[in-house]
Ligand binder design. Structure first.
Ligand code: SF4
Length: 348
């Protein structure tokens, strides 16, 4: 059994990296930092990672004995990667990130959910792989015809994992498929407002991934997502439905190109000390646009605050005084009388 978690959209957490540093407003009440502060003493897991003032100090460490955990978990599960760090933090080397992706390639029976606030470095990492000088050791012209041009990448990544493991990972159960991008890895970005959405989502959509998703938590302001939700035929559907239908058909036949879009949207309010309230209209709007675009939507939680009147329509800037602090548990996760627990296809 893996590391159990109360996070609503996953089943287990896997933390081969510890440590981080703040990036944006969404980090202000970093939960991982709060936990790390409890265990930062001598000999404890987060020793050396927290500055005097209580914030992350920017150091990170690889936790070698955790690296192979997914290969030891025989039952398939959804696994949140690095809930106590950011995999693409600048202090994590590309060789180490490659090793962590190598474990995800090797433990292909699981679904891995990666979440970052640093998609620019994630994109750089994917480019680094493609240009890696060791490509020649793995790229096989025969396999290329069967599995595609990038068949070598999962094997290259698994090799990087073995270089980080004791005894090169001898004795571990592995099942490596030659597909790229890995079909069991969902890449996501955290966004908290329109500015972070506009910055991070386009970089995510440039990165190859089987599933691309966002976690809009803590949601600190309204976000218009339409540019990232509809797969290119949205405006056509309204102006020229016949052309939109033809485009959809040619894409289904494999002849057309359609721009990538988000495959999953998770929304949640902030919890913990210092939490900021989320306006119900921000969550409701995202749900409605996801429904219009047929993108799965998961409402994770209200957070610490419950709006005093959930039916209130937003007519101006959100007045936080209109929200009541009731605690995360009491606030719950019902939006308009029901829970929203939709997932992208591969998880079904
Ligand atoms: S990126 Fe994530 S783990 Fe790092 S400081 Fe921000 S919220 Fe915390």
């Amino acid at each position: 059994m893996g590391q159990k978690t109360g996070i609503e959209w996953t089943e287990s957490t896997w933390n081969p990296i510890r440590g981080c540093s703040r990036v944006s407003e969404g980090c202000r009440n970093c939960y991982a930092e709060t936990v790390a502060n409890r265990f930062k003493g001598r000999g404890e897991p987060y020793e050396g990672l927290i500055a005097k003032g209580g914030q992350w100090n920017g150091e990170v460490k690889l936790v070698e004995h955790k690296l192979d955990e997914p290969c030891r978990w025989s039952k398939p599960r959804m696994i949140f990667v690095n809930s106590m760090s950011d995999l693409f933090h600048p202090a994590v080397s590309f060789e180490t990130i490659a090793g962590i992706f190598g474990i995800m390639a090797a433990a292909s029976w699981h679904t891995f959910q990666v979440l970052t606030k640093r998609p620019e470095r994630m994109l750089e990492f994917f480019q680094w792989i493609e240009e890696h000088p060791e490509r020649k050791d793995f790229d096989n012209p025969q396999a290329r015809t069967q599995l595609g041009n990038n068949h070598w990448i999962p094997f290259f990544l698994a090799q990087k994992a073995s270089e980080l493991l004791p005894d090169n990972g001898a004795g571990l159960t592995v099942d490596i498929k030659g597909c790229w991008p890995l079909d069991n890895v969902w890449l996501g970005v955290s966004v908290e407002d329109q500015a972070t959405a506009n910055l991070r989502i386009p970089q995510l959509l440039e990165t190859p991934a089987a599933v691309r998703w966002i976690s809009a938590e803590p949601l600190l302001g309204p976000i218009i997502l339409d540019d990232f939700l509809f797969r290119g035929d949205h405006s056509l559907r309204e102006t020229d439905p016949m052309a939109a239908a033809m485009l959809a058909e040619s894409v289904a036949d494999g002849h057309g190109w359609i721009r990538p879009a988000l495959d999953w949207v998770v929304v949640g309010g902030e919890s913990g000390p210092g939490a900021r309230p989320m306006h119900p209209e921000w969550a409701r709007y995202l749900r409605d646009r996801c429904q219009a675009a047929e993108v799965p939507f998961l409402f994770k939680q209200w957070g610490e605050f419950l709006p005093d009147n959930q039916n209130r329509k937003m007519t101006g800037p959100f007045d936080p005084n209109g929200a009541i602090r009731v605690g995360k548990k009491s606030a719950g996760r019902m939006l308009d009388g029901r829970t929203w627990d939709e997932y992208p296809e591969p998880a079904q």
